[in-house]
Design a binder for this molecule. Structure first.
Ligand code: S3P
Length: 458
């Protein structure tokens, strides 16, 4: 499609992400776009801002549905959160201070990160709160958060270790804990660290493998003290209790998990050459990019710099001939949200892509191993899977496509399916696009600007 025809049919202004959408195979993706802001960092900036006494200013916050749920919960807990300006220029002001018991249950919609991190923070702040979410979040395990919080003295009441539940600080307030995480989860680690900030004494968390470390990095920006040491294959993290955080100025870097969608789309669409700017390159998040390079992807990292205490680069992606490989299981924590889109890249690779050590995908917004297998099968791609692995088998070239995908209300399955349809032989339709707004509200606009043919299909 030429620039002129793109402008003529108004495709730069994407229709709202509601109802069924379809991606049709078309020409190359070309041009540049700024990565949407990082979701993990956005949640943390709001939560730490609400804990700090005084006014925090956040630029580049992701205004996605999940992040707005966290903002609403923090307001109910007593923080004042306001936005000045619009779009990329918006500055969010968070006036934090002592928390109060909210009048109603805090509702987190689809957001596991918001819910779990706020559970930890609530326990540490000595207030009671009830937590709830949508059907997907109600099905996800919360016992993993409850366990360290209960060891610290919090009282968590739930029927079956899931939402809805209540968190109360317990009679004597929280005590620090020495806790080894049973799973490599940044959400569990962060919940325990946030609780530890308000506990008496030190909290020590052992993680079996390094997971995203935005809470740790950002705590320093808020004047907090934190010690991190390597320990075996993982890390030991210590925070002192009773810390009073100072307000900070935070600039949120772009999300590597969201940037993955246009980048993989360019790698699999012949003739493509795109530049996605401002992508977070924190090593605890960059596993997909390492893996794609190992598969032969033509990716270059330009203009490497630091944004808000985090490494950032602009990523240039050109159409590439990809080959199969075995992804090291040890890399899983650094690309845990990227397996569905990696599987789409794998569907175009010559040779098997074997992904072991990914049992955590079974407890994401949906069972992402199962959802990915169904998506690829419908599009004519062979797979094998087990409790903790996925293998995508392809002989190179484009898969057939021509399928309607049940996204199971999972944003990353929805975006992966649309990327598949851009480069498959025949269009791919998804049953529902609305969940995409949980993490990447301008997905359609950004993809269409690069030349992708995606549109509502009903
Ligand atoms: C996140 C941690 C990961 C990830 C999620 C965001 C975070 O979850 O899947 O999308 O911001 O801490 P787990 O901690 O459950 O692995």
């Amino acid at each position: 499609m030429t620039e002129a025809s793109r402008a003529d049919d108004g495709r730069d202004e994407a229709p709202p992400l509601i109802g069924p959408w379809a991606a049709r195979p078309g020409g190359p993706l070309v041009g540049g776009a700024r990565a949407p802001a990082d979701k993990s960092i956005s949640h943390r900036a709001l939560i730490l801002g609400a804990l700090a006494h005084g006014e925090t200013r956040i630029s580049g916050l992701l205004p996605s549905a999940d992040v707005m749920r966290t903002a609403a919960a923090l307001r109910a807990l007593g923080a004042r959160i306001e936005r000045d300006g619009n779009g990329e220029k918006a500055i969010w002001r968070v006036d934090g201070g002592p928390w109060r018991t909210p009048e109603r249950a805090l509702y987190f919609g689809n957001s596991g990160t918001g819910c779990r991190l706020v559970m930890g923070a609530v326990a540490g702040q000595g207030v009671d709160a009830a937590f709830d979410g949508d059907a997907s979040l109600r099905a996800r395990p919360m016992g993993r958060i409850a366990e360290p919080l209960e060891r610290m003295g919090a009282r968590i009441a739930s029927r079956d270790g899931r939402l809805p539940l209540t968190v109360a600080p317990g009679g004597k307030g929280l005590k620090g804990v020495d806790y080894a995480l049973p799973v490599a989860s940044a959400q569990v680690k962060s919940a325990a660290l946030l609780a530890g900030l308000g506990a008496a004494g030190e909290t020590i968390i052992h993680e079996p493998a390094p997971t995203r470390d935005h809470t740790e990095r950002m705590l320093t920006a808020f004047g907090g003290s934190i010690h991190i040491e390597r320990a075996g294959a993982g890390r030991r993290i210590r925070v002192a209790g009773g810390q009073m955080l100072k307000p900070a100025t935070i600039n949120v870097a772009g999300d590597p998990s969201s940037a993955a969608f246009p980048i993989v789309a360019a790698l699999i669409t012949p003739g493509s050459d795109i530049l996605i700017s401002n992508v977070l390159m924190n090593p605890t998040r960059a596993g997909l990019y390492e893996t794609l390079r190992d598969m032969g992807a033509d990716l270059t990292f330009e203009n490497e710099r630091t944004v808000g205490g985090e490494p950032v680069a602009d990523i240039r992606a050109r159409h590439s001939t990809l080959k199969g490989l075995a992804v090291p299981a040890s890399r899983a924590p650094s690309m845990i949200d990227e397996y569905p889109i990696l599987s789409v890249a794998a569907a175009f690779a010559d040779g098997d892509v074997y992904m072991p050590g990914i049992e955590e995908l079974r407890v994401k917004e949906t069972d992402r191993i199962d959802a990915t297998v169904s998506m690829l099968k419908a599009a004519g791609v062979e797979t094998e899977s087990g409790p903790d692995f996925l293998r995508v088998m392809s002989g190179g070239g484009a898969p057939k496509g021509g399928a309607r995908i049940d996204t199971r209300h999972d944003h990353r399955i929805a975006m992966s399916a649309l990327v598949l349809g851009i480069a498959a032989d025949e269009p791919v339709e998804i049953d529902e696009a609305s969940m995409i707004t949980t993490s990447f509200p301008n997905f359609a606009e950004l993809m269409r600007r690069l030349g992708a043919d995606i549109a509502p299909s009903a």
